[in-house]
Design a protein around this ligand. Structure first.
Ligand SMILES: Nc1ncnc2c1ncn2[C@@H]1O[C@H](COP(=O)(O)OP(=O)(O)OP(=O)(O)O)[C@@H](O)[C@H]1O
Length: 277
């Protein structure tokens, strides 16, 4: 079993619940049916775009057994700590608050060999016991699939909506459908779909080359009643974006801006809906 940072509140059932003192306006789950499609990468792209727009942003890494947020945000050497029995999140240079199990364990390579309920408890603690304070957006990087933790997140955290991340493959679409159906059954709104690694751009002529066998995307989106938030290319600049200070090329930046704006619009409409209720 992994050893967590002794100073942190994990595992301490008497730790206080900050749920009442935290003021989080919008909570977005980022989900994928299948692993490795770029869910964590998309989480960081959206978080950084919202942060650039002046919002207060946090990332909760709920992918407990495969936490990748610390590395993607270039913060893997930093450790979170506790104060007055609250977990103090790690803050990136640009001001994004983050919590991940890898900020709490001594060695990021230690595996987490815990059963589902314990992992679910930690996710709840990350929501309740972390001192998020005021946030405009909390992004939750969910583990891939429709298992225990996804269920815990959907049932115990008041999600404003879910962003699905996929790649254009028939098999993956089928699994995305399962995740969308799960959200529908649990009455969590799905904001839309980000199609990642949708194409590569020829460095010579800039032609878009579709590397995966694309299914009938339009038909799939309409069948699932899903909005397409954006299509991202497979490119090194996305891999390097958080780890270097390089900015994104104009077209990738445009896509990230457009998909983030759709998320903002959804959240604003949702607020209005709640107000009018
Ligand atoms: N658009 C992209 N272009 C190139 N590489 C990408 C892109 N998106 C993600 N990657 C790379 O693919 C790998 C998997 O990405 P990521 O960790 O974001 O996926 P994930 O769906 O969160 O995975 P997991 O199943 O571990 O949660 C990483 O190495 C990441 O840098």
């Amino acid at each position: 079993m992994s050893e967590v940072n002794e100073n942190a509140a994990i595992g301490n059932s008497s730790s206080p619940n900050n749920g009442n003192s935290n003021k989080i306006k919008n909570i977005i789950g980022v989900m994928s049916g299948k692993g490795g499609v770029g869910k964590s990468t998309v989480t960081t792209l959206i978080a950084r775009e919202l942060n650039n727009k002046g919002y207060k942003v946090g990332i909760l890494d709920a992918d407990i057994t495969g936490p990748s947020i610390p590395r993607l945000m270039n913060m893997e050497d930093i450790r979170a700590f506790s104060s007055n029995n609250s977990i103090i999140p790690v803050v990136s240079d640009e001001g994004i608050k983050m919590i991940s199990l890898n900020f709490l364990i001594e060695d990021e390579n230690s595996p987490v060999i815990w059963r589902g309920p314990m992992i679910g408890n930690i996710v709840q603690q990350f929501y309740n016991d972390v001192l998020w304070e005021e946030l405009d957006y909390l992004l939750i990087d969910m583990p891939p699939g429709t298992g225990d933790v996804a269920l815990t997140v959907m049932q115990s955290i008041p999600l404003t909506g879910i962003v699905m991340v996929s790649i254009p493959q028939n098999l993956v679409s089928m699994i995305v459908a399962k995740a969308v159906n799960m959200a529908n059954q649990l009455k969590v709104p799905v904001i839309g779909l980000v199609q990642n690694m949708s194409y590569v751009k020829c460095p010579g002529c800039s032609e878009k080359i579709e590397i995966f066998e694309a299914p009938e995307m339009e038909a799939f989106l309409s069948e699932m009643n899903l909005e397409l938030l954006g299509e991202l290319p497979m490119t090194k600049e996305i891999i390097n974006y958080s780890r270097t200070n390089d900015s994104l090329s104009e077209d990738v930046r445009g896509t990230v801006e457009a998909m983030t704006e759709k998320i903002e619009v959804f959240c604003k409409k949702n607020k209005l809906r709640m107000f009018l209720r």
